[in-house]
Each structure stands twice: as structure tokens, then as C-alpha cells.
Design a protein around this ligand. Structure first.
Ligand code: GLA
Length: 755
């Protein structure tokens, strides 16, 4: 027996090579010492289990089904979901056994898939080679320990070394077998405009799968999941986090078998996946991300956030402050001309906005969503001249310029479709399904990818563009490529994603100064694959502050706040019809990457003043808000509390949100949990204004009113453990001198600084 240990700063991962050639998974959790004689770690099995399959009698009576294993296949007595399935010489019978392993410092990056980059930080690689004799197939398991962030990433390379072709039916990037000591699975489900809704369900006997089959990573189920031990809370207890650096169909399977073993599998969804490998061909799976936290889900989130900020986001955008933008979509939709755009830009500049983004409708004959995708040439009639003229005018006002594109799509009503119907995903001549009146371009084809790079290079070089919103507005159907042979059609889903990465890699590297923001009808492609190229993603088309809070809360478990775009929009809100105050809309958006998306020309003077104040505040604290460490403080009884603090805990901002105003409300206190016990802090609420009409008939005065400022001074340990008491909320509408008027969907920000 020999052991393999892989450490990060605070965790250890242990494997054991079994004499019969299989690899037992021994341990993953808090850091422990290396001990090569640690026989107590091995699951002993001397007896033959009735009704079971003995793996290899020459070595003993081991039954794979009862053990924690490292990377499993079907066909040799492990009856759980396999990590790999190869269809070859013996049908589905595979038997991968250990050949060799090596450990070295550093990490090789993928060429055609996005991958985590150590960027000069300590990263150790473990490679384990397995061999399946019947198919002459080699599997290399790669492990990378990102030492400082306590993350281990994993992927798998399969190579056909035989003469016959083989078909990969399933190649999961990660398998983790654990004892079932009582766990729940935390996942993030949703749909358009209600992405990232957290669900917690007990892990019980059987198989439960979180997945996407829609072609992109999908808002139905995000690929980030948590397995938490019973009793694990936000601040205490053991939990494991999983994610996949991939933007296509993914699956996260959790199985409990009859021997109380939990198996977690993470990787490309085996659904509609058949990948043929000819002699000497290889397949590389996307990279999966794994972390362990003994400090509850906040602890886990912090590790995931650090990892994304340091190893996923392109280096040039790490810590780089993002501009405050105005997007014209909810302000004008398709209905704009040069004059309107310039008027909006002028107002934007006046309130302090830095970047003007022209959304959908500037190209081809696009006046609604029925045409022109694919025709990426400027509609000069609508823009009253060239794009360059417009951009120059906007730049002269002192604003940067950004533009919307949806390159992966094609409208039937377009010049591109007339020229190249075979470029569409779906067999030429068949009836194809539409989504938002559009088809998907076949990005498995190099000619299509090259065309997109060429046409977008032309656009992005034509004028001064600092930002691109890269949209993608439908799920897949008719997933068939006119160029691939019938037996290769099971590769289309994955090849599409490779094509997508090929295009975005070339463009983002070709225009390194441009900030790309990913978007897929909001958060339909919110994943680590996109974030490797585009440092932020439009989290949701839902801009209702109350709904957004829920979406951003969900995101906060797996993604840092610098990765999600969040906009202040108009009221009544376009998605829900709800009214929330301008201050709350800002307080919510400020806990993502702030932008505005409303018709500034229709604002009252008071609203404009409010926006100016908000933007001033944001600019003052932008670095902290965008890149500080994010903590979930509390969520109960319709109240939610979050905190962002800098690394040295010298300053922070707390966000307090309330869903509905309670009559005769309770006293309230905030505990900060994470500040420095030995620092003395000053806390001050953000200056906020309410418009008295928000409070209905009670108010005679329709003016605005400043909400009483709250101030506190206290030691960190007081704030962390005893908390600080907030002023009273209004009772029977008595806006006294110190009253904290919050109201329905009300909120406050508190700035904390060491004194
Ligand atoms: C998608 C995006 C929106 C907007 C529209 C334009 O729905 O998510 O933000 O850009 O497309 O058509």
C-alpha cells in the first residue's frame, strides 16, 4: 500500500494505491500530516460480501462497490454512477488500473479550454496515469493544488493508444467519494429573471443530478454546488464546494449507495455526449474546482471568491476598478436615434457616469428582435452617421463608449442567413425551432469562428470602444452540424463550446484593453469558463431591487461581487411592476458592479440629485465595494445583512435590506462577526433621502426628507460578538430626529472604518 498526499495551506487530500491496481480515496478535509504507514486510514476488507462482485481474487476479496474510490468505471463491480464510460472492444466493460504518478511544481494551461492560472502563486500538480488494457486507453488524472486559496482543480485526459476507435460516453472531471455522515446539497436553480435561487435538500439514498442540457451552462442549474454536513451554518461546520470551468452542458451528480457512501461527480453532461477517439487522439475534460471549508458556507465562499479573483479573472482585470455605466436598453429598447443617445449621454455625464453603452438595435435593420443578427454592420441611418461619429461625440463629453453584440446568433431575416444557411446549427432543409426568432450559428465550424473574429475585429477597430456586452439569447435545439459526419454528431455540444472559446479568446486577447461583459439573456451562462475571458457577467435581466437581492445572494455563495453586473433601473420595475426606492435600487446594485439602465431624461430633479449622491459615494468606496471580501452576515425575518471588508479589516461597508415594513417593529442589532477584534471602529450610515410620497397618505409634505444619520464607535470584538443597536424604525409614521425610516423594500448602507 502506498499513499499520495496533496496539500493546500489548510487542507489535505489523500489517496492510497491498492495492490490490485485501483486507487482508494482516503481523505479530503482539514490539513493533516503525511504518514506513509497510516494503515488506519485504509478501509479494510477481509470478508467477502454476500451477493457482491470480487474485483480481483488474486489480491483479496475487495468489492469496489463498498469502497471510496478515486475514479471509477462500469463493468467491474462498482454499481454507482461511473466517472468514465468508454465504449470499445468489450462494449462498456472498462478496467482502469494505476500505472504511475508524478508530482511537480507549476501547472500547464490548456490550449483550447479556459483554465485556472496560478499567476506566480504556489501551485503543485499531481498526475496519475491509469491504463485500460482492453481498449488500450490511457487516462491521466490531473490535480492542481492552489496552495493559498485552498482549492484543488482537477481534469482528465483520455488518449486512445490502440488501433481501434473508441467512443467516450462519459468523462467526468472530478469524482469525490465520502462517507455519508449526513449531508445536504446546496444548489442554485432558476430561469430567466429568477436566476440563482438557493435550494437546500438532504442527500438521500439514490442519485440526484443538477445539470444543464440547454447547450450553455444555464440559469436552470448553476454548476456551482455545495455539499454541507448536517449542522453546517454560514459561520461554522464542514462543507465542500464544487464548480466547473465550462460554459456548456454540465452535470453535478450526487449519489448515496447502500453502503452509505456519497459520490459526487462533476463534469460535462453525459446527456447527448458521444465523443469518438481514433488512434492516438486525446480528449481533455474541462477543469473542475473543489474546495473544503471547516468554517461554514461563508468560509467556503471566501475561498471560492479568492480563487476566482486570483486565478480565473484575466490578470489585467484583477483589482482593476470597473467604470460606472449607463446602458440604454431599458431606457429606449430599440427605439432610439442619435439625438436621444446624445441627450442620454449628456445626462449620464452630469450625474457622474463614466461609460455609455449602446445596447441592441444599432446594426443591420434591427428595429425589433425579428431580424439582422449576423449582419454586424452599422445602421448609419438610425445612428445619423457613422459609429465613429457617435463615439467621438460621446468621448468628447468625457464618457467612454461600449457596445452590445450577440455574435453567436443569426436571424432568418438577415443577409448572413441568405448567404450561409449551412452555418446554422441544424440540418439544412429541416424545420428548425426558433428562440427569440433566432437560430444559433454552428461554432463547431472553423469558418464560422473565423468569420466572427474577422467581422468583430473590424467593428472593434473601427472606433474607440472600451467595453463590449457579449449577449447570447437562446437555448439550443436542432443540435446538428452540417459539416460533421453522422457518427460525430454526439460531439456537437462540446465542439460548439470549444468554438465559442476559440472566438472569445482571440477577440479578448486581440483587444486586451476592452472590458467584455458576458450576458446570456441575463444569467443563462454565468460560469467560470466565461469568467476566464470576461471579468464580469450581467447577472440577470431582472433589475427589480428586491428580486436582485435574492439573485445576488445566490451568486455570492460561489462568485465574488466583482463578477456580476448590477443596474439601477426605473420604477415601476419592468420585470415585476414593483416600486422600490431609488436609494434601495442603488444599495442593491452597489453590492455588484454598479451601472444604471433607465431613462435619465425622465427623472425628477430630486431623483437626479439622489443618483449624483449615490455615484459620489460609490466612487469614494469603489475599490472596497468591487474587490473587498464579501460576507453574508445574517438573513432572517425578511431582513438581510451583508458586509464587504478590505483584506486588512480597516474598512468595510454593511448593507441592510428589509423586505416588508413590520408594524410596531422589533429592536434590531447588527453583529459583524468578521471585523478585527482589536481594532476600534467608527460606523456611519450613508446619507439617504426618502421621498415622502413613498409613505402614502400620511404625508402632507411631498418633499424629500433626509433619513437620520446613525453613528457608532466600538471595538471590533463588541461589534463582532455583542453587535450594535440600530435606531428605531418608524412607528405609526413618527419620523423623529433619530428615526430610521426604512419602509417596504428599504435598505441602508453603513461605512465602517478603523479609528
Ligand atoms: C438580452 C439582454 C438584455 C438586452 C437584450 C437586448 O435580453 O439580457 O440586457 O441586452 O438582450 O436584446
Amino acid at each position: 500500500m502506498s499513499f499520495i498526499y496533496l496539500h493546500t495551506k489548510n487542507t489535505t487530500y489523500v489517496l492510497c494505491l491498492m495492490p490490485a491496481g485501483k486507487i482508494e480515496h482516503i481523505y479530503y478535509g482539514r490539513r493533516i500530516k503525511e504518514d506513509d504507514k497510516a494503515l488506519h486510514l485504509i478501509e479494510s476488507q477481509k470478508l467477502e460480501y454476500p451477493h457482491s462482485v470480487v474485483y480481483n481474487k488474486s489480491y483479496g476479496r475487495e468489492t469496489l462497490d463498498t469502497l471510496s474510490l478515486e475514479y471509477s468505471e462500469a463493468g467491474k463491480g462498482d454499481f454507482r454512477e461511473p466517472a468514465i464510460m468508454v465504449y470499445g472492444k468489450l462494449g462498456y466493460v472498462n478496467d482502469f488500473v494505476y500505472q504511475s504518478h508524478r508530482v511537480y511544481e507549476g501547472k500547464a494551461l490548456f490550449c483550447n479550454l479556459p483554465s485556472a492560472n496560478p499567476y506566480n502563486e504556489k501551485c503543485t500538480t499531481l498526475e496519475i496515469t491509469l491504463w485500460d488494457a482492453s481498449n488500450q486507453t490511457e487516462v491521466i488524472l490531473y490535480y492542481h493544488s492552489f496552495y493559498e486559496t485552498d482549492v484543488i482543480t482537477r481534469y482528465v485526459k483520455v488518449t486512445n493508444k490502440g488501433e481501434r476507435s473508441i467512443t467516450l460516453k462519459r468523462v467526468m472531471s472530478l469524482q469525490l467519494d465520502l462517507e455519508d455522515t449526513g449531508y445536504s446539497l446546496v444548489s442554485f436553480q432558476g430561469e430567466w429573471a429568477r436566476e440563482m435561487q438557493m435550494r437546500i435538500q438532504p442527500v438521500i439514498s439514490g442519485v440526484y443530478t443538477i445539470d444543464s442540457k440547454v447547450g450553455v451552462s444555464s440559469s436552470k442549474h448553476n454548476s456551482f454546488v455545495i455539499l454541507k454536513e448536517n449542522g453546517c451554518t454560514e459561520t461554522h461546520g464542514d462543507c465542500y464546494g464544487f464548480n466547473l470551468i465550462y460554459s456548456g452542458n454540465h452535470a453535478e451528480m450526487v449519489e448515496v449507495n447502500s453502503y452509505d457512501k456519497i459520490r459526487v461527480l462533476v463534469g460535462i453532461n453525459p446527456h447527448c455526449f458521444d465523443y469518438v477517439l481514433e488512434k492516438e487522439e486525446s480528449f481533455i475534460s474541462p477543469e473542475a474546482v473543489l474546495t473544503f471549508s471547516p468554517d461554514g458556507m461563508n468560509g467556503l465562499s471566501q475561498k471560492m471568491h479568492q480563487f476566482i479573483k486570483k486565478h480565473i479573472i484575466p490578470k489585467r482585470f484583477q483589482g482593476k476598478e470597473r467604470p460606472i455605466l449607463l446602458n440604454n436598453w431599458e431606457a429606449t429598447y430599440f427605439n432610439f436615434n442619435k439625438e436621444v443617445l446624445l441627450k442620454l449621454a449628456k445626462e449620464a455625464k452630469e450625474v457622474g457616469i463614466e461609460l455609455f453603452v449602446l445596447d441592441d438595435g444599432w446594426f443591420g435593420n434591427r428595429e425589433d428582435d425579428t431580424s439582422s443578427l449576423g449582419d454586424w454592420y452599422v445602421n448609419e441611418k438610425k445612428l445619423g452617421g457613422s459609429l465613429d461619429d457617435l463615439v467621438k461625440a460621446i468621448n468628447e463629453m468625457g464618457l467612454q463608449f461600449g457596445i452590445w453584440v450577440e455574435p453567436e446568433m443569426i436571424s432568418k431575416k438577415s443577409a448572413l442567413y441568405n448567404k450561409h444557411p449551412e452555418w446554422v446549427l441544424g440540418k439544412v432543409g429541416e424545420r428548425l425551432c426558433e428562440g427569440r426568432n433566432q437560430y444559433i450559428l454552428d461554432l463547431t465550424r472553423q469558418d464560422v469562428c473565423d468569420y466572427l473574429v474577422e467581422v468583430l475585429t473590424k467593428l472593434l477597430s473601427s472606433t474607440s470602444i472600451s467595453y463590449v456586452k457579449w449577449d447570447m439569447n437562446r437555448n439550443f435545439s436542432d443540435t446538428y452540424s452540417n459539416l460533421l459526419a453522422p457518427e460525430k454528431q454526439g460531439e456537437v455540444w462540446h465542439r460548439y463550446i470549444l468554438g465559442f472559446y476559440n472566438v472569445v479568446k482571440r477577440l479578448t486577447e486581440g483587444f486586451p484593453h476592452i472590458l467584455f461583459e458576458g450576458c446570456a439573456a441575463g444569467g443563462n451562462r454565468f460560469d467560470l469558463g466565461v469568467l476566464c475571458y470576461m471579468p464580469q457577467i450581467w447577472a440577470s435581466d431582472n433589475t427589480d431591487a428586491h428580486e436582485r437581492m435574492g439573485i445576488q445572494r445566490g451568486l455570492s455563495y460561489g462568485y465574488p461581487q466583482c463578477t456580476y453586473g448590477a443596474h439601477v433601473s426605473t420604477c415601476p420595475n419592468h420585470q415585476t411592476g414593483r416600486y422600490t426606492s431609488m436609494e434601495t435600487r442603488f444599495n442593491v446594485a452597489a453590492f455588484g458592479v454598479l451601472g444604471y439602465e433607465l431613462n435619465l431624461l425622465e427623472l425628477t430633479e430630486i431623483e437626479k440629485k439622489t443618483i449624483k449622491n449615490e455615484i459620489d459615494y460609490y466612487k469614494k468606496h469603489r475599490k472596497l465595494l468591487q474587490f473587498g471580501q464579501f460576507y453574508r452576515l445574517e438573513q432572517r425575518k425578511g431582513k438581510e445583512l451583508y458586509m464587504i471588508a478590505d483584506e486588512s479589516l480597516t474598512e468595510g461597508i454593511i448593507a441592510y435590506y428589509q423586505a416588508l415594513q413590520a408594524p410596531n417593529p422589533n429592536k434590531e442589532k447588527i453583529k459583524t462577526y468578521y471585523l478585527d477584534n482589536n481594532k476600534y471602529y467608527h460606523i456611519v450610515s450613508r446619507e439617504q433621502w426618502i421621498q415622502e410620497k413613498d409613505f402614502g397618505e400620511h404625508s402632507k409634505n411631498l418633499e424629500e426628507r433626509r433619513v437620520a444619520i446613525e453613528r457608532f464607535e466600538a471595538w471590533g470584538d463588541h461589534l463582532n460578538y455583542a453587535g450594535f443597536n440600530l435606531s428605531e424604525q418608524t412607528i405609526h409614521y413618527q419620523p423623529g430626529d433619530t428615526t430610521r425610516i426604512i419602509g417596504d423594500f428599504g435598505s441602508r448602507l453603513y461605512y465602517i472604518s478603523e479609528i
